[in-house]
Structure formats: C-alpha cells, structure tokens
Write a protein that binds this ligand. Structure first.
Ligand code: PGA
Length: 284
C-alpha cells in the first residue's frame, strides 16, 4: 500500500434527537462563529429533521455544511413519516448519515435496507457517511471483523466507481458510543480502520481504498480527539455528545487541524497540499 495520505479530515456532528428550535439556532451560530474561515478540515453538522431548514439558513455562507441523520430510499410517494433525499437536498443538505448503530439496533434496519439508502443517497449526489461497527458481545466473541465485513459488503453492494468520491465510512463500535463506560483505545481503532481499508480495497481497488475517508466515532471528546486523529487510518471524527457543546466541537475541529499540519509537515515538506485531491466532499 502507498504511504502518502491523500485524505482530508472530516469532523461531523450528529445531534441525534436533541435540541429545540432555540437550542439548534444557538448551537449552529456558535459553531459557525467558532469555525470562522477554517477550511482545512471538512466540517458538517447533522441536526434533527425539524431543524434542518433553520440550521441551513444559519450555515449559509459559512464553512460548515449541513447533513441529515437518515433518509428513506425513495424520491417521493406514499411513505408516511419519511423524508426523501430530494427533500434533504431541497433544504440544503450535502451529507447524510446512514446505518448508524442506533438505527440498526433500535429501529431494526438491515444491511439490505441500509444499502438501498446508500445507493439512492449517492445517486442523488448526497455525501454519505456509512456507519459500521460491532457490539460488545460481537467483539468479545471475536466477530468484529466478520461483522465489519458483512456491513461493508452488503451496505456497499452495487456501488459504482463514480459514487466512491462521495462516500465516507465511519467506524463506530457500538460499545463505545455514548456513556457506556467503555472506551476504544486508539490502537483498537487503528486496527479496525486498517481492516476496513483493506476490505474496501478488495471490493473497489487499492486507489479507492487509499482515498476513502474513515472517521472514528465513539465518545470522542476534546481530551482524547488527538489520540484518535493521529492514527494513520483515522480521517476524522463523527461526534455525538461532543457536538452538542459548541466549545467541545470546535476544540475537536482544532485537534483535526493540528493533526493535519503535523501530517503535512512530515509527508510534504514543501507547499503541496495533498488534501485538495478530493474536492467533492469539501465545504459548502
Ligand atoms: P458519542 O456518539 O460521541 O456520543 O459517543 C457517537 C455517535 O453515535 O456517532
């Protein structure tokens, strides 16, 4: 495998089922102010559906993109309670999180259903963050790689090469998400990311694998962000809890920037910026 890292860092906040109108507006404004003119890392926030339009207005003209937490895999139609990719694009979304473990395990989403969503979202030109990750039981019984393999192979079935530049994979071990009392170590995360990149390479080729951004998610906070982001195969963080506090979110964005600078210094002593290589996922 090549050693040159051509990947950007992606810091993305998943607000889950939190905030009110007032909280969402306040938080979005604080994030925009905190990010300022920062363009070195790709930044997005994913509020609940009800606040997408409001937050979208606040993000206009900023370097923070808008994302959604889910969609239904149809353009429109009689699907009571569901939201289509067209609707997400209409309110200014550029990203969508799919296959989050809370949707897999609480809402019972299958790999096949997630795959339909991935295909329709990419077909609609949304950038997709596909979440994969094992439960604690699966890890304890040595099934981590089998689970990641299944989620990748089935979740990405039928994907065309054209769509690969709009895909991010997020490794999110279910046992490390939220306040479970369990934390993944940077080594465990790097190992899982290496596996994901290798399997992705088997599926889509080595070049695509080297360009694939793989985020880590699971209790990433300002005090541990640098340890995760400095792993060679960790290309950003998908944040739950920390994205609900603007200060924490911004601190993690800053950790991403420092890490990028360190990598660039060690890999490219001159002025070449390797992160311009994948412009499709860049901010607004
Ligand atoms: P957490 O959530 O940062 O609160 O652990 C991560 C996620 O679910 O994406």
């Amino acid at each position: 495998m090549q050693s040159i890292n051509l990947r950007k860092k992606f810091i993305i906040g998943n607000w889950k089922m939190h905030t009110t109108t007032a909280d969402a507006a306040r938080l979005a404004k604080a994030v925009v102010d905190g990010v300022g003119t920062e363009q070195q890392v790709v930044i997005a926030i994913c509020p609940p559906f009800t606040y997408l339009a409001l937050v979208g207005e606040i993000l206009k003209g900023s370097y923070v993109s808008l994302g959604a937490q889910n969609l239904y895999p149809e353009k429109d139609g009689a699907f009571t309670g569901e939201i289509s990719p067209t609707m997400l694009l209409d309110v200014g979304c550029r990203y969508v999180i799919l296959g989050h473990s809370e949707r897999r395990h609480i809402l019972g989403e299958s790999d096949a259903f997630i795959n339909q969503k991935v295909l329709i979202a990419l077909g609609a030109s949304l950038n997709v963050i596909l979440c994969v990750g094992e439960t604690l039981d699966q890890r304890k019984t040595g099934q981590t790689e089998t689970v990641l393999d299944r989620q990748l192979v089935q979740g990405l079935a039928g994907l065309s090469a054209d769509n690969l530049p709009r895909l991010i994979v997020a490794y999110e071990p279910v046992w490390a998400i939220g306040s479970t009392g369990h934390h993944a170590t940077p080594d465990q995360v790097q190992q899982a990311h290496t596996f994901i990149r290798r399997r992705f390479g088997d599926l889509f080729g080595e070049k695509a694998a080297q360009l694939l951004p793989i985020q880590y998610g699971g209790s990433v906070k300002p005090d541990n962000a640098a340890a995760f982001l400095s792993q060679p195969d960790v290309d950003g963080a998908l944040l739950g809890g920390a994205s609900l506090e603007a200060d924490q979110f911004i601190a993690i964005v800053r950790a991403g920037i420092s890490e990028l600078k360190t990598e660039e210094k060690s890999t490219f002593p001159q002025s070449h910026n390797p992160n311009l290589e994948r412009p499709q996922l860049n901010a607004p």
